[in-house]
Design a protein around this ligand. Structure first.
Ligand SMILES: *Cc1c(COP(=O)(O)O)cnc(C)c1O
Length: 501
């Protein structure tokens, strides 16, 4: 049984697939073989492996039942800050399932996959144009993997110039946790740079740390407060003047499409989150895609292989696409060519469908929606860095004289059938509620969400127990977080008599 320990309501018990098993039920039937039967080698049969016995319909109903407890972007509003949970257009699902894309293998001879390679080449070109960079790799599997790739490139660049005493990475205190993690994994020392009162990088602190031991700076712009750094040119100049490189965390590109090119304002390298900005579905462990763009002086260091043109075409013949190796490549970052079908084809479709004007609309509406919600909520929730925001903003989930916390507000929103915003991040806002409306929501949805948050603020004063005990309308109520952390059960799907394996 899968059990959830709840603070407010009784234990909810859902049967597992093993509970539903009944000896002799089968879900598959094979045709009579037209070759002689042979016994399987004994070593391949594991008698100890518990396999449930069910019919196909039992399995389908079991998982369909469980899937209904999930919240999804197709099921409701999902204003999860920093993650850009926008609606994913269904046309992307059609194209990524086209047989020519779906049924190809990465080891096929290039002559037989020219369409796939042309798509990847064009996606590299579009990402270059959108970002202002000179070259792009599609290999990295997600944003964090893109950061790791980008920081390796930065280090390789300094090393190639004999500049070997650089060991420090400057990272603002508003940064996403993956920034220090990816630099740390490469063995760099992290230097935290504070934010100033307006939510910008504190220039004075930055100046103090800029010296010839700096590999570079990792900056998210707009940052995780949803604010465009007002001194961005000066920040970049300071880092460049001490010989460092500027890494752009591109997770917030949804605020900039068609408006600002990070390469043009001086960033040297940046990752894209195709699964955020370009509507590739994510969450639940689905495949991400984190291409990396670099300025000309870093192009030789990109991972190999890139997709390139091996033979130019003419009016009669299309070009021959294939793989090329950058001269000083840091090597391969991923098996084969990255997440082709799940990531590249969907993002390609999305960009092709929108075109340049459509991409610009995306960012303008994302920013407009965020400012609309901010305007509706700033009198109810304290917004510590309150100025025109980009595609998201961060409010405080606490009220003077009340013991209600951001977590209670987030849980209570579930009772109103909204996915909670990101909470407790960024760390520089107390009881943070980080709200990213995205461009795909209409005014009715934004208003309903704002109404719910305003109502919850009122409940916090009049009926705080409603918030402390929330959620009360979902299948599982408030989880016991302490028990979950101390008493971690990682394999609750195994039958009880399976032993300790
Ligand atoms: C999501 C995110 C990342 C990491 O991207 P993943 O694809 O989740 O690995 C990095 N920085 C910021 C600001 C993000 O929002």
């Amino acid at each position: 049984m899968i059990e959830a320990t709840l603070t407010a309501t009784a234990k909810v018990v859902e049967p597992t697939i093993f509970d539903l098993s009944s000896p002799g039920r089968v879900g598959v039937s094979f045709p009579e073989p037209d070759v002689p039967r042979t016994e399987l080698p004994k070593s391949m049969l594991r008698a100890d492996l518990p396999l449930p016995e069910l019919a196909e319909v039992d399995v389908v109903r079991h998982y369909m039942h469980l899937s209904k407890f999930n919240y999804s972007v197709d099921g409701g509003y999902y204003p999860l800050g920093s993650c850009t949970m926008k609606y994913n257009p269904k046309i992307d699902e059609d194209t990524c399932r086209l047989p020519g894309f779906l049924h190809t293998h990465p080891l096929q001879p290039i002559e037989t996959v020219q369409g796939n390679l042309a798509l990847m080449y064009q996606l590299q070109e579009w990402l270059k144009e959108i970002s202002g960079f000179s070259a792009v790799t599609l290999q990295p599997a997600a944003g964090a993997h893109g950061e790791f790739t980008g920081v390796l490139i930065m280090r390789a660049y300094h090393k190639s110039r004999g500049d070997v005493k650089r060991t420090k990475m400057l990272i603002p205190d508003s940064a996403h946790g993956t920034n220090p993690a990816s630099s740390g994994m490469i063995g760099l020392q992290i230097v935290q740079i504070p934010s100033d009162a307006r939510g910008n990088v504190d220039l004075k602190a930055l100046k103090e740390h800029c010296d010839d031991t700096v590999v570079g700076m990792m900056l998210t712009n707009p940052n995780t407060l949803g604010l465009f750094d007002e001194n961005i040119e000066e920040v970049i100049k300071l880092v460049h003047d001490c010989g460092g490189l500027m890494y752009g965390d591109g997770a917030n590109l949804n605020a900039l499409l068609g408006i600002v090119k990070p390469g043009d304002i001086g960033f040297d390298v940046m990752h894209f989150n195709l699964h955020k900005t370009f509507a590739v579905p994510h969450g639940g462990g689905g495949p991400g895609s984190g291409p990396v763009g670099v300025a000309a002086h870093l192009a030789d260091f990109l991972p190999e292989p890139l997709v390139g043109i091996l033979e130019e075409g003419d009016d009669e013949t299309p070009p021959l696409f294939g793989f090329v190796k950058p001269a000083k490549s840091i090597g391969r970052m991923k098996a084969f060519h990255g997440h082709f079908g799940g990531g590249h084809v969907r993002a390609f479709t999305y960009i092709a469908m929108h075109g340049p004007d459509g991409l610009k609309d995306i960012s303008q509406y994302a920013v407009l929606n965020a400012n609309y919600l901010l305007a509706r909520l700033r009198n109810t929730y304290h917004v510590p860095f309150d100025r025109i925001c980009m595609h998201e903003f961060v409010a405080e989930g606490q009220f003077a004289g009340s013991d209600v916390r951001a977590l209670d507000i987030a849980k209570r929103l579930m009772d109103y059938n909204f996915h909670p915003p990101t909470n407790y991040f960024p760390l520089i806002v107390h009881e943070a509620l980080m709200i990213e409306p995205t461009e795909t929501e209409n005014k009715d949805t934004l208003d309903a969400f704002a109404d719910a948050l305003i109502k919850i603020a009122d409940e916090a004063k009049t009926k705080p127990e409603l918030l402390h005990n929330a959620p009360s309308t979902t299948q599982f109520g408030r989880m016991d977080e302490v028990k979950a952390a101390r008493d971690l059960v990682l394999c609750c799907w195994l039958p009880e008599d399976y032993g300790d394996q």
